[in-house]
Design a protein around this ligand. Structure first.
Ligand code: FAD
Length: 395
């Protein structure tokens, strides 16, 4: 049987068996390049993602419910500011707060992260259970109600897609358990007896060996993504809408990542990522294509925008929140006449109540944004805030 969850397995390569160091410094390249074996911190689930963007935008992964976000595990950072000064936490605590989730490109260049490492067991177990959405509503409802409350060693995320020759909306319950398979089976029988999971449905991986196969894709692939956070379970009508909309398009994906666990033990303002207690899970929805002609890309993006609109009643509101690392340029981008109040419209989606503090940090003229930082000497939020890097993304 093929490993159903290769990207996560690659992330497992970063886990620790023998932890001799409690912390170390990494260059801001990819995790796999930066981390020696036998050293780990929480990070993303894809091999090609760099530590620069991932950590400074939050960093959700399969370890998050137990070991929180990558940004939460930063104990220090070396940052070059716009004037070429190299700063660390002791020299500027506000800047240190801002780069852990507020997107470092807005504030300077990260030269190094210093990360707290975590201990993980020698064995991790992985499985993926496949079902069809139209016959698994009860299972879906159960997953929504308990996935954020499961023991922290157990992560079950949900991938929804409309793939294959036969148009069917499929569910993949993808799981990582921090422990051996014989511990996992009784847990699954308790929480998800309908999975009927047996030992030979699982992969048991040794966290110190054999996981560093590099599989960086060589083919170009295009996609547009959106994200949301969910605070109350999606009702039957919502799942019907999702199924109907997925059946209209080939190849869309929705990934639901449970929160809860240790994520809830950190306050909304301790680091910049505010989506803590009260959120059940995060949704990332993507439409992808390989033929980048105008007609195909417009069709895929229109489909995703329609789904985003229809999801509104079912997701967090006031503001409708989103995860910075899955940012959606439809929220807005800076024009020449940008302003703090305009940036706030989308800034609060990502940062909620932390947006204003980020703006204040920025207004202290420590910005490193390539375009405007040198011009922004003023102290009012209106004049300085909008040069935060994330708002320079091209559409
Ligand atoms: C295939 C794929 C899988 C993903 N999986 C996950 C996941 O599991 N969890 C998750 O949380 N996110 C995930 N993401 C989202 C990812 O975290 C963001 O796209 C992130 O911005 C990527 O960072 P990067 O450094 O690789 O990208 P880049 O595009 O190189 O950088 C992103 C931004 O950060 C700036 N930047 C990068 N390094 C530095 C630095 N050292 N100093 C200053 N500025 C810098 C860049 O200028 C740019 O503005 C995924 C993305 C992809 C494409």
């Amino acid at each position: 049987m093929m490993n159903p969850f290769p990207s996560m397995a690659q992330a497992f390569a970063l886990l620790v068996q023998e932890q001799k160091q409690r912390e170390f410094k990494s260059n801001p390249h990819t995790f796999a390049e930066s981390f020696p074996l036998n050293a780990s911190s929480s990070g993303g689930v894809c091999f090609s993602v760099g530590t620069g963007g991932l950590i400074s935008g939050g960093g959700l992964d399969a370890l998050t419910r137990k070991f929180v976000l990558a940004a939460d595990n930063v104990v220090d950072a070396r940052v070059m500011d716009v004037n070429g000064n190299i700063l660390d936490r002791e020299m500027n605590e506000d800047l240190f707060w801002a780069v852990r989730g507020g997107r470092e490109a807005s504030f300077g260049v990260i030269l190094a992260w210093k990360l707290k490492l975590v201990r993980v067991p020698e064995k991790v177990t992985i499985f993926s259970i496949h079902r069809r959405l139209n016959s698994s509503r009860d299972l879906l409802q159960k997953w929504e109600n308990i996935s954020h409350q499961l023991p922290e060693n157990l992560l079950i995320r949900l991938l929804i897609q409309n793939g294959g020759v036969e148009r069917q909306v499929e569910l993949f319950f993808q799981s990582q358990y921090l422990g051996p398979v014989d511990e996992l089976i009784p847990l699954l029988r308790k929480y998800f007896p309908n999975f009927n999971l047996e030992q030979n449905d699982c992969f048991q991986e040794n966290t110190t060996a054999g996981l560093l196969d590099k599989t960086i894709p060589t083919q170009k692939h295009y996609y547009k993504g959106t994200s949301d956070f969910v605070k109350t379970s999606i009702p039957e009508s919502g799942w019907e809408m999702i199924e109907r909309t997925f059946l209209e398009e080939a190849g869309p994906r929705m990934i639901l990542e449970p929160l809860g666990g240790k994520v809830n033990e950190i306050s909304e303002s301790e680091t910049v990522f505010p989506h803590r207690k009260g959120n059940l899970y995060n949704i990332q929805c993507t439409a992808g294509w390989s033929d980048n002609s105008e007609s195909i890309s417009s069709q895929k993006m229109a489909w995703l925008r329609k789904l985003y609109k229809e999801m509104e009643p079912y997701v967090a509101k006031s503001p409708r929140t989103a995860y910075l690392n899955y940012r959606d340029l439809d929220f807005g981008t800076n024009q020449e006449d940008y302003s703090y109040s305009e940036a706030k419209m989308w800034g609060e989606k990502y940062f909620n109540g932390n947006f204003e503090r980020l703006a204040k940090v920025k207004s202290k003229d420590i910005g490193g944004c390539p375009k405007k930082a040198f011009e922004c000497k003023g102290s009012s939020l209106e004049t300085v805030f909008a040069d935060m890097g994330i708002w320079y993304q091209a559409k």
